[in-house]
Design a protein around this ligand. Structure first.
Ligand SMILES: Cc1ncc(COP(=O)(O)O)c(C=O)c1O
Length: 395
């Protein structure tokens, strides 16, 4: 088996990289270490790169569609990874998961209807609700003294009853708090949703980044009646670091839910997929798992390194070891800074480009999200800068 070298630093500047190239356009100084938007600084598996080279060398980039074999490869890989083998006919492709979340909001709710989410959470969840004229209802996750977030089930059910919510957007594993929800937690959520007629959209884009002892369970596979009440958003984008190729697989087991969703995708004027996205996804799900296994061990090492480093050297910052995702959720409330000052401190004193906690909801105030999908030396450099900034401040 080839051994991949995730320690290699690859210069991503001047590649149209959102993460590296547009600091000034986004109102930040140059020279920051970018650890914000969730893509990784690693090359995709060799087989993916080779397949894309073959497509590029063919030189014709016409309209495209996946072969039937793609859906077999995808569903076989879901079976191997999670013990879940949906019918290949249940898969609907979209150019991305956020596109799918917006389509689902339109497909399963009417204007003004309530949609429930669990902040602090990936900020497009609230955006697709608000931008489509629906009402946002929140069931905030509760942070324990151990830094681990848990679900307030009573609040979840009360908010659903009070608002008459029709849709729940679940983030599983959860970005940014790094939770991998247990079977018991998912069962309780799903049972409440069925009881009150709430459809579940489960965003599982981070499902392949689960660490020691954790297990991701696709929501539709938690309990037999959940498949008919949910849509499962999966994608090779994060798993194989191909987000720019704009390709995702939305798995909708129930025929009625699927037809409503397809109708919304058609209304948005979307039909054929990006040919490079198809090529890459097919190669990734067929051949990419040796690479992925090595990557997940490497990222687990990064997570351990971060927790150890911060615990020993920056006690003012609290961080719980993420159970999943390649995102660390840093609790910086002890620095006593309001969010704008904290953001300024991170940029101008620490020289880092992180995601401000407050974009994930007011529950994220005083936090920063750090993307550790990068070589360990970059993580170490960033933490040293953070340590120095904290030490030099009069906070
Ligand atoms: C939970 C979650 N969903 C969706 C996305 C983005 O998916 P896409 O690029 O396919 O729209 C991200 C990216 O960070 C994410 O963290």
């Amino acid at each position: 088996m080839k051994k991949y070298n995730f320690d290699e630093i690859i210069d991503r500047r001047c590649t149209n990289s959102l993460k590296f190239d547009f600091a000034e356009r986004r109102g930040r100084p140059g020279g920051l270490i970018p650890m914000w938007v969730a893509d990784m600084d690693f090359k995709a598996p060799d087989e993916v790169i080779d397949a894309l080279k073959k497509t590029a060398e063919h030189g014709i980039f016409g309209y495209s569609e996946p072969y039937d074999e793609y859906y077999d490869v995808l569903t076989d890989s879901l079976n191997r990874r999670f013990g879940w083998k949906p019918d290949p006919a249940a898969v609907v492709n979209t150019p991305g998961i956020v596109f799918a979340l917006a389509a689902a909001v339109r497909a399963y709710t009417k204007e003004g209807d309530a949609v429930i989410i669990q902040p602090p959470v990936y900020y497009p969840f609230s955006e697709v609700v608000g931008l489509n004229g629906r009402t946002l209802v929140t069931n905030p996750l509760v942070r324990g003294d151990d830094g681990v977030y848990r679900i307030d089930f009573d609040d979840f059910e009360t908010k659903i009853k009070r608002s008459g919510a029709k849709l729940f957007i679940l983030c599983s594993p959860h970005n940014p708090v790094g939770r991998v929800f247990s079977k018991e937690e998912l069962t309780r959520l799903g049972d409440i949703c069925i009881k009150h007629g709430v459809t579940v959209v489960s965003d599982e884009i981070h499902s392949d980044f689960v660490y020691e002892g954790g297990k991701h369970i696709p929501f539709a596979h938690v309990k037999s009646d959940f498949a008919a009440n949910s849509i499962i958003c999966t994608s090779p984008a994060k798993t194989f670091n191909i987000a720019g190729l704009q390709f995702s697989d939305i798995i909708i087991c129930d025929a009625k839910l699927r037809e409503k969703f397809r109708a919304e995708v058609a209304k948005a004027g979307y039909s054929q997929l990006n040919t490079c996205g198809i090529t890459a996804a097919h190669a990734a799900y067929k051949y990419g798992f040796d690479w992925l296994g090595q990557l997940v061990s490497y990222l687990d090492g990064n997570a351990a390194f971060i927790c150890d480093y911060i615990g020993r050297n920056i006690p003012a910052i609290k961080v719980a070891r993420p159970q999943g995702t390649y995102l660390a959720w840093l609790d910086m409330r002890a620095l006593g800074l309001a969010q704008p000052e904290l953001n300024d401190f991170i940029i101008n004193k620490a020289g880092l480009w992180l995601d401000s906690g407050s974009i994930f909801g007011k529950e994220g105030e005083g936090f920063q999200r750090l993307n550790f999908g990068c070589p360990r030396s970059t993580v170490e450099k960033a933490l040293k800068k953070l340590e120095t900034a904290v030490a030099n401040s009069d906070i």
